[in-house]
Design a protein around this ligand. Structure first.
Ligand code: SF4
Length: 697
């Protein structure tokens, strides 16, 4: 039958940060089908991506040989046909390709200094691969210009969490919602983007929990919500300050908790005086009575949680948005007890782990600042190499540094900035400017179109390594298949590059890398490779070799001076670009259930591509009527940065002055339109708000 299989291998889903554990059923060296298993985050559940999203692994577009750009190749960046790349590239042996890749970067290092080279790592690779990649850039080039897609995802949330609670990770697993009686879900659409987490949220509401959903777009969770606040885009701070104003004014806050565990309350109290709900209602578009009711509901709950996503973080005031959420939870004492906590839902499957492993320009593994002598000394002793004390450049800053001629070469592992960066034409021109670009990936991505050397890597089911999900659960991914052709595991490729760049690396297995990581990472205390092989997952912090890990943290204080968390007041700031006569509508971007990020995997997965085959933009039916557009017709969306033509879809969830575009479609790349203005703290671009105009084509 079609359910026959020869063997099964237990691993983790490579898509979203929920980190569902699954079993690959292998037949004839292919993934025949997939089933959920009893992981701590998913308890046998899977969504459509985890169940049906794997035949990309054997897609004919897979890179199976190293490629070197031909000297007479057409211009960099032109679309290369993955089935026939031969006018642009030629096949090479591994030795030849690795020599060329490393020699090009070493030449720039020799001539201009190590700062002329930067690296983008990947939140889709394992913890060990992320760790090796940041170590290679830091020790091979002597600086910290290494970043990854966390910068485009939750960098502002992490900045606010580090500042106010002293740790960037979640304070409670999402499964803790079963112990809560109230939960706020804001700036995220879990049914589409964290579907298995959403099943827990729905069960919570069915049991009578109060689910407060806040988002400028309506969503499927609305049906389960006690309150649905469809507020005006970009007015989060006004709305959240108004809610906190009520909590302080009506003395609903947890006085003992505020006195015992926090600092800065009086500054916050004074700041909130200006934010009465009656004053904020016209700004955020939510009636004052509703704001008051939400404040009372959340403050009076016995245990409350707050979940948030990119709708909070991807703004120039993303850090301020998160500061408000942290203050709201602290005011009510909803941190550190079962069923309470702060939980930014992580996007990529391993964005938590890659960040923990140090794939960030300002911090070493475990968020230890490169500026701190003690942290540098620790890694100097482990690596036997100096660590540069100057924080490196972030994703968008690296692109700008290429324009200034300061960065001349890049090594990009598994990221696709030619699709994922804001104002993507700007990013693509920068990539074309590079003197030497090495791309390591499984497909000839839009970014690989600019490469001088392409190194064929392994898909997730083709390797062994650990990943860390949104819940701080470190999980073991096990190799189920061999990579096709000459493709190799990413950790192996990074090691070969390091050796050619003059580093004395001797790793022969990812477990050796994990062992080294533990030397510099307190978070991995009591978590060994052996435990992960045996138990499949351990949550950090784990208090003993037997402890499966702590689902809730900070019950007895915070990793900050005096053990106290901090209130940081936030002021209302307008978006960087507000609608005007020329560009009267609001563009917002995001993901959709079937397609993952830039689509390189899911658009090559038969079932998912069948379900969502065409680029589409969602607008309210009334807006479509005003524009004279029927659903299914083509529209042109323009911003100050560019234009795309895309099919219109009617969607009542979208507000009347808005258009929503998923960013998975290369033929209508949403990031052609987006604004690269950055949040000053988290350095995250404002993907969620651009002024645009729309017309029928
Ligand atoms: Fe994979 Fe996320 Fe779906 Fe789970 S919820 S199966 S981790 S995409």
């Amino acid at each position: 039958s079609s359910l026959d299989y020869d063997r099964e291998v237990q691993s983790v889903c490579p898509y979203c940060g929920v980190g569902c554990q699954l079993s690959f059923k292998i037949k004839d060296d292919k993934i025949a089908w997939v089933d959920g298993i009893d992981g701590p985050a998913n308890e046998n559940r899977l969504c459509v991506k985890g169940r049906f999203g794997f035949d990309y692994v054997r897609h004919p577009h897979r890179l199976t040989k190293p490629l070197i750009r031909r000297p007479d190749a057409p211009d960099k960046g032109l679309n290369v046909d993955p089935a026939n790349p031969w006018t642009h590239f030629r096949e090479a042996t591994w030795d030849e390709a690795l020599d060329a890749a490393a020699a090009g970067l070493a030449k720039l290092r020799g001539f201009f200094g190590g700062k002329a080279v930067a690296g983008f790592g990947s939140a889709k690779c394992s913890n060990e691969e992320a760790y090796l990649f940041q170590k290679l850039i830091r020790t091979g080039f002597g600086h910290n210009n290494v970043d990854h897609c966390t910068r485009l995802c939750h960098a502002s949330s992490v900045a606010a969490l580090m500042e106010n609670v002293g740790s960037g990770a979640v304070t409670a697993t999402f499964n803790e919602i079963e112990n809560a009686d109230c939960a706020i879900v804001i700036g995220c659409n879990p049914t589409e983007n964290h579907p298995v987490a959403a099943t827990y949220f729905k069960q919570f509401a069915k049991r009578g929990g109060k689910l407060i959903v806040m988002d400028p777009r309506a969503q499927a969770l609305k049906r389960h919500a006690s309150h649905m606040l469809q507020f005006r885009p970009g007015t989060d701070v006004a709305m959240l300050n108004a809610i906190m104003h009520v909590i302080v004014e009506e003395k609903l806050y947890d006085r003992n908790y505020v006195q015992g565990f926090t600092e800065g309350f009086f500054q916050l109290r004074d700041h909130l005086k200006d934010y009465a709900p009656e004053k904020m209602a016209p700004i955020c578009g939510i009636e004052a009575d509703v704001l008051r009711d939400v404040a009372r509901t959340f403050a009076n709950a016995k245990a409350g949680m707050i979940f948030w996503g990119m709708g909070i973080s991807q703004h120039i005031h993303g850090t301020d948005n998160s500061r408000c959420l942290i203050s709201l939870a602290l005011l009510c004492g909803h941190v550190g007890r079962p069923g309470s906590g702060l939980h930014p839902l992580r996007g990529q499957n391993n964005v938590q782990g890659a960040s923990d492993a140090g794939l960030i320009p300002m911090v070493l593994p475990d968020y230890q600042s490169v500026k701190e002598e003690g942290a540098r000394e620790l890694f100097r002793s482990i690596w036997q190499m100096e660590v540069n004390p100057e924080p490196g450049l972030t994703v968008v800053e690296i692109i700008d540094a290429i324009y200034r001629g300061e960065i001349k070469g890049m090594y990009i592992l598994g990221e696709n900035p030619a699709m994922s960066d804001p104002d993507v034409e700007h990013a693509r021109k920068a990539l074309a400017h590079l003197d030497h670009l090495v791309v390591q990936d499984i497909f000839l991505t839009e970014t690989a179109n600019f490469a001088d050397v392409i190194l064929p890597a392994s898909a997730w089911p083709e390797k062994t390594g650990t990943v860390t999900n949104t819940n701080r659960q470190v999980q073991m991914g096990r190799k189920a298949l061999n990579p096709p052709g000459d493709a190799r595991e990413d950790w192996w490729i990074v090691v070969q590059m390091a050796k050619r760049l003059g580093l004395d690396w001797k790793y022969t297995h990812p477990s050796e890398v994990f062992k080294e990581m533990k030397m510099g990472m307190q978070s991995l205390r009591n978590i060994s490779w052996g435990r992960l092989e045996e138990e499949g997952a351990v949550t950090y912090p784990s208090l003993s070799p037997e402890d499966p890990g702590q689902a809730v943290v900070f019950g007895d204080g915070f990793p900050r001076p005096g053990g106290r968390a901090k209130f940081t007041p936030a002021r209302v700031t307008p978006p960087a670009e507000v609608p005007d006569q020329k560009f009267p509508m609001i563009l917002t971007t995001g993901r959709q259930l079937e397609h993952w990020h830039t689509g390189s995997m899911t658009r090559r997965a038969t079932v998912l591509d069948w379900a969502e085959p065409e680029a589409n933009a969602s607008l309210h039916p009334k807006t479509l009527r005003k524009l004279g557009v029927e659903p299914g017709e083509m529209i042109r969306i323009e911003t100050r940065r560019g234009a795309i033509d895309i099919m219109a879809r009617a969607d009542r969830a979208v507000a009347e002055d808005m258009v929503f575009v998923p960013f998975a479609y290369v033929e209508a790349a949403a990031n052609t339109l987006t604004n690269p203005q950055l949040d000053p703290y988290g350095k995250i671009p404002e993907f969620k708000f651009s002024a645009c105009r729309v017309r029928k084509t």
